[in-house]
Design a protein around this ligand. Structure first.
Ligand code: AMP
Length: 284
């Protein structure tokens, strides 16, 4: 089957109407493009969990703050279509901004509390933009299932909660983080890194892994774990830590005493590039 590329909502709806009529289960992988092996992994998983796999490629202006990298975000559409073809996707929805936001958006989806920590305070309005565009995509494609990476753990948690709270008829499937051999989480933004920045970048994963190891060895005090992590990050002068936090895995509230499963998450700046990563951990 050849890949169908739809640029308008109408084209998507027409194409999916016949699939739905044939009772094919529709899977959606929402992306901002600049697809890498992590995205390919999501598409691959979707292949085995749906009859028709749609990939959306849309750099959503609503989720970028002033001064963020909206304009310089890479948009290699032809290469992305090749990845989708190679991974066996059936449909790509790649709308223009004017197609998604024909008039100024006055309606937003806001998931409270889950955005209060981690990336939330540093990217005001970001998760509102994410939840709103994902709700739109769900309404446009009406997928039975949608795949989201744990790479963006806070985003995944917020989307899950939105689906639960609004009784949306879609199943959210989480996908573990795809990493490079040195541990760096794959990200479209890794393309911004020069050679020296790239060499420094895995330090975040080292800090996360050490934190997990310390927790698994029995350390209960979050402050002690975070201190170890900050010491590791400080060894690398190219890195400016933004946050490093230990939170409960559902509502993403910081914990001081670790007595159950937690998520450890961090964000760092290397030059003008912001990178995020996270791992799960459970005490003994
Ligand atoms: P993005 O294009 O960055 O918006 O990402 C689209 C989807 O791919 C999101 O659900 C991300 O969490 C997921 N994703 C991106 N990078 C990775 C990765 N390294 N491992 C797993 N999922 C990823």
């Amino acid at each position: 089957m050849s890949l169908v590329v739809a640029r308008t909502v109408q084209e998507v709806r027409t194409h999916l109407a016949s699939a739905r009529h044939d009772q094919r289960r529709i899977g959606l992988v929402p992306t901002m493009g600049a697809l890498h092996a992590g995205h390919a992994g999501l598409i691959e998983q979707a292949r085995s969990g749906a009859d028709l796999v749609a990939v959306s490629i849309f750099v959503n202006p609503l989720q970028f703050g002033p001064g963020e990298d909206y304009l310089r975000y890479p948009r290699p559409l032809e290469k992305d279509l090749d990845v989708c073809r190679r991974m066996g996707a059936d449909l790509v929805f790649a709308p223009e901004v004017a197609e998604m936001y024909a008039v100024e958006q006055r309606t937003f989806v806001e998931v409270t509390r889950l955005g209060d920590h981690l990336c939330g305070p540093f990217r005001p309005g970001h998760f509102r933009g994410v939840a709103t565009v994902v709700a739109k995509l769900f309404n446009i494609l009406q997928p039975d299932r949608a795949w989201f990476g744990e790479k963006d753990y806070q985003q995944l948690s917020i989307i899950r909660r939105m689906v639960q709270d609004l009784s949306l008829a879609v199943e959210i499937v989480p996908v573990p983080i795809y990493r490079d051999v040195d541990g760096l989480a794959l990200s479209s933004r890794n393309a911004y890194l020069d050679q020296e920045d790239r060499a420094a970048a895995p330090t975040l994963f080292r800090a996360l892994s050490s934190s997990r190891a310390v927790i698994e060895k029995g350390e209960r005090r979050a402050a002690a774990v975070k201190e170890i992590a900050h010491r590791i990050l400080a060894e690398q002068p190219r890195i400016r830590p933004e946050y490093f936090e230990i939170v409960d895995p559902v509502e993403l509230q910081p914990v001081s005493d670790i007595h159950g499963e937690v998520r450890i998450a961090g964000a760092i700046w290397i030059g003008k590039t912001r990178l995020i990563d996270n791992v799960g951990a459970s005490p003994r």
